[in-house]
Design a protein around this ligand. Structure first.
Ligand SMILES: Nc1nc2c(ncn2[C@@H]2O[C@H](COP(=O)(O)OP(=O)(O)OP(=O)(O)O)[C@@H](O)[C@H]2O)c(=O)[nH]1
Ligand SMILES: [Mg+2]
Length: 398
């Protein structure tokens, strides 16, 4: 699972990335601070099943606090994208190739409207962040179009000469984007295209780019910098113009401050929660106390959370509709070292018990006999569809 962070320069991508991963990255109030991509590990959250089994889990990857299990997932932060990047503006769109493998995108916008489309600081509320939502989609479409058109003439010649099957050939041509034959077939049908690809003009290729981008890069919008004046008003305005369920109010800077304070054991804070507890009042400077008070009243009490965990969780569980499943070695839910519920996998919805077995290990898939749903204690077969928070023991012949 890979999540890409995109947006114009200076909107807070690296701050979001750092708040999610606590990796050391450069953050600064000017455009194009980030040039080379940053890759790291973020965590998505589920209610852990350990409570239901009256156990305390020992995650091999990620962690569990207050019966909330944090599951690792890859995240990548890239340079900023400006209008007409596809024509070479800003840093162009070549760097987006780093996001080819991304399953979903988080679009960070500066909802306070205090930076223009190039990421340059302007007076707050003087720039409409709705522009950013629109232009970024266009630039992503142009990126897809560039990849489709790469070697297009030769590709078409070859397909015509060899009378290749179009779906297969096109999916191969776009294999870098992970586009399946099925998706190509559905897209051709949906756009009612003729099968002779030598007749496809620029407009047709553009339509294909838009469709494939939407399907393969579902996107959520992190309305960042809600802590800045104007953020609230703009967020309310955006809710009237775009589907509300893809907009999340965020303050990456607040999340970063809370995570750092928790790391230094000044406060207790579980990511995604609506409160924190000061545990080392003496060590806090006046400035830190004021900052924490600001976050409490202006972010947590107003928006419930800083939004960062919510954006990550929504990307994985709502946009991508993934589920979390625990594979276990036996009915005690422990591995050979006695670790309870050591693994938790993020997998696509509708996955079968056999497909899941293969995800755990090829040998486990190959030697699959049956699976046991440890919540119901029922044995289930290969075709059984797994659900979110299932705990599955796989019985093998070896
Ligand atoms: N007030 C406020 N400032 C923020 C927030 N998130 C980021 N910033 C500030 O915005 C500026 C840009 O942040 P970065 O994270 O470097 O932005 P970026 O999108 O990675 O920028 P580029 O790498 O240049 O594209 C920095 O001064 C941050 O401190 C936020 O939630 N609230
Ligand atoms: Mg950056």
């Amino acid at each position: 699972m890979l999540i890409g962070v995109v947006g114009k320069p200076n909107c807070g991508k690296s701050t979001f990335f750092k708040a999610a991963t606590l990796a050391e990255v450069e953050i600064a109030n000017y455009p194009f601070t980030t040039i080379e991509k940053n890759e790291g590990v973020a965590f998505v959250k589920i209610d852990c099943v350990d409570k239901e089994f009256d156990l305390k889990c020992n995650p091999k990857f990620g962690y569990c606090t207050n019966n909330e299990r944090f599951i690792p997932t890859q995240i990548i932060d890239v340079a900023g994208l400006v209008p007409e990047a596809h024509l070479g503006k800003g840093r162009g769109n070549q760097f987006l190739d780093d996001l080819r493998q991304a399953d979903a995108l988080i679009h960070i916008i500066d909802v306070s409207g205090s930076t223009n489309e190039k990421g340059e600081p302007v007076e707050s509320l003087s720039y409409d962040p709705a522009n950013d939502i629109r232009f970024l989609e266009v630039e992503l479409d142009m990126w897809y179009l560039r990849l489709i058109k790469k070697g297009w003439e030769d590709f078409v010649k070859k397909v015509v000469q060899e009378k290749s099957e179009v779906n297969k050939a096109l999916s191969h041509h776009l294999s870098g984007l992970g586009i399946s034959e099925k998706l190509v077939e559905e897209t051709i049908k949906k756009l009612e295209l003729e099968l002779d690809i030598s007749k496809w003009d620029e407009e047709t290729l553009k339509k294909i780019a838009v469709e494939l981008r939407k399907e393969t890069k579902p996107m959520i919008i992190a309305c960042n910098k809600v802590d800045v004046q104007g953020g609230y008003e703009n967020f309310e305005k955006l809710k009237k113009q775009f589907p509300e369920d893809i907009l999340v109010p965020c303050s990456a800077e607040s999340e970063l401050a809370l995570k750092e304070a928790a790391k230094h054991e000044l406060i207790k804070y579980v990511p995604g929660s609506g409160s924190f507890e000061i545990i080392n009042n003496e060590k806090l400077s006046e400035k830190q106390k004021n900052a924490l008070e600001f976050i409490k009243t202006n972010i947590l009490q107003k928006y419930k959370t800083t939004g960062i965990e919510e954006v990550l969780d929504k990307s994985v569980f709502e946009l991508l509709k993934y589920i979390a499943v625990y594979p276990v070695a036996n009915h005690k839910l422990a591995d050979k070292d006695g670790n309870i519920l050591p693994d938790c996998f993020l997998v696509p919805e509708n996955i079968t018990a056999l497909e899941f077995a293969f995800k755990v290990h090829t040998d486990i898939g190959n030697n699959f006999i049956k699976a046991i749903d440890l919540k119901t204690k029922q044995a289930v077969g290969k075709e059984h569809i797994l659900k979110n928070r299932d705990v599955i023991e796989i019985v093998t012949s070896k």
